[in-house]
Design a protein around this ligand. Sequence first.
Ligand code: NAD
Ligand code: LMR
Length: 329
Amino acid sequence: MTRTPVNVTVTGAAGQIGYALLFRIASGQLLGPDVPVRLRLLEIPQAVKAAEGTAMELDDCAFPLLDGIDITDDAKTAFDGVNVALLVGARPRTKGMERGDLLEANGGIFKPQGEAINAGAADDVRVLVVGNPANTNALIAQRHAPDVPAERFTAMTRLDHNRALSQLAKKLGVSVTDIKKLTIWGNHSATQYPDLFHAEVNGRNAAEAVGDQAWLENEFIPTVAKRGAAIIEARGASSAASAANAAIDHVHDWVNGTAEGDWVSMAVPSDGSYGVPEGLISSFPVTVRDGKYSIVQGLEIDEFSRARIDASVAELVEERDAVQALGLI
Ligand code: NAD
Ligand code: LMR
């Protein structure tokens, strides 16, 4: 191997998403076919043994790009020298748990992880938060990493983006590659807004190509926004392989760039664009060049879209205020 390996830390490595994610990272799908990686797996003490089992399987794949695997239950060790941090492990909502309890439990995870990233991450660190509530967990981690540029903390809405691509492609009988410039706005939650008004299908406006406002409003938007719940209902567990796939897409494009004439959806700290309060980690259309993302500017937002973006952003404000009240940020 000629290149220095890239340190990729995955939290919640022994979980469902971890199992679907690690093999793809080690095979080169995250960073590229010529980039060696060193995996750092962070788990809670009770799950370290299961992570060791996954590491044995990773060894057994003899991936040429896999330089090594470290397994730890210590966040400082896991994030020391990290270049790419995938924060997957989170506290799921369990019976009887209120929203505030969930936010507080996750604060207990993402605060120390943010501190550990602040203490030890490499200068070029990129952070993707997958664990829910992803946007607000990313905000908590970011606020505890004051020495890391704020824009390096992102949350995942790429799964929502991919779900929207797939639903639209089916409706129009086209390939997903025929669709460009689709956007998820707001929170990774049921309030998110998948926007077809700026999307294009083979160069034609997507909303016009659909030509069916009732479908857009009553089927497309709720299907995409509630897909996570529908998967849980059908599978008895939350989405895992598709979530891992979206995490691969998110980081791959952040590192390697987005295609000319297209954009992707990422939840990133707002710079005030489109009236989203500065600092909130909200989903936007973004392009990536030379490893840096930029929020696409200048899109006209009509009343229909405005109301939906505002509703999702209002939920993010509520979540931010709740974690602030709990002293988590
Ligand atoms: P899972 O329960 O199978 O695995 C989570 C793992 O995290 C467990 O192994 C657990 O031991 C570990 N963990 C818990 N606390 C930890 C900590 N402090 N440090 C390190 N590891 C810790 O869950 P999963 O199915 O892999 O999902 C993980 C998260 O991703 C959930 O919060 C889920 O809701 C979320 N998710 C997000 C999206 C998205 O699009 N953003 C999609 C699907 C799932
Ligand atoms: C998803 O979108 O599939 C998940 O975020 C659902 C969940 O609550 O884990």
